[in-house]
Design a protein around this ligand. Structure first.
Ligand SMILES: [Zn+2]
Length: 210
């Protein structure tokens, strides 16, 4: 059996296991009612009556990334090339995610680059990989590494670079209250790690000079 068929069978098993453990919509709405009561309000008052339904629908959107497998997005669509040996960069990919510690938004931009070896992929697919990982509960460091690893495995390039610049509402709206503070994470693999000039080229292309 081909590599791709094995991957798909494995992903199908994972999806079935996740679906079997999933609570019902009614259970999810009841949990929202509990949180409204915990906050000190009455879930039955007029303004809040539709809220559990709206929150559960919002969660479907915020966390839609669990439905998709990023590696599959790239594995299906790459093209074999030869001869192109320049860095490919997609910068300023906007994303919204949620921190896994507080479940509040992380808003930011991702910059993704790779140096192809044999395979290239449409840039919209790179943006899609960022989106799928963003639409899960995340920490920024993990998301940065996951995006880089996925591109490395799927495209087997000479190197991958990912920089994410984001603000965390758990830092700006609660706890230490530091509005405007951004966090930058980066993951450099292959030539981007080993060759300072390739790394500098990437950082210059995304408009950063560290
Ligand atoms: Zn947090």
């Amino acid at each position: 059996m081909s590599e791709r068929t094995d991957l798909e069978a494995d992903l199908q098993r994972k999806r079935e296991a996740a679906a079997a453990n999933r609570p019902s919509r009614a259970e999810a709405e009841a949990a929202v009612r509990t949180l409204i009561r915990w906050a000190g309000d009455d879930p039955d008052r007029e303004g809040l009556r539709g809220t559990p339904d709206r929150v559960v629908r919002s969660y479907e959107e915020f966390f839609a990334g669990y439905e998709d497998e990023p590696i599959e997005i790239l594995s299906r669509t790459f093209e074999e090339i030869s001869g192109y040996d320049e860095v490919v960069v997609l910068k300023d990919i906007p994303f919204e995610s949620h921190c896994e510690h507080h479940m509040v938004p992380i808003i930011g931009r991702a910059h993704v680059g790779y140096l192809p070896d044999r395979r290239v992929v449409g840039i919209s697919k790179l943006a899609r990989v960022v989106e799928v990982y963003a639409r899960r509960l995340q920490i920024q460091e993990k998301m940065t590494a996951e995006i880089a690893q996925t591109i490395l495995i799927a495209l087997q390039p000479k190197g991958v670079a990912v920089v994410i610049d984001a603000t965390h509402e758990c830092m700006t709206t609660r706890g230490i209250h530091r509005p405007g503070v951004g966090m930058v994470t980066s993951q450099m693999l292959g030539v981007f790690r080993d060759d300072p000039s390739t790394r500098r080229e990437f950082l210059a292309l995304i408009g950063r000079n560290y």
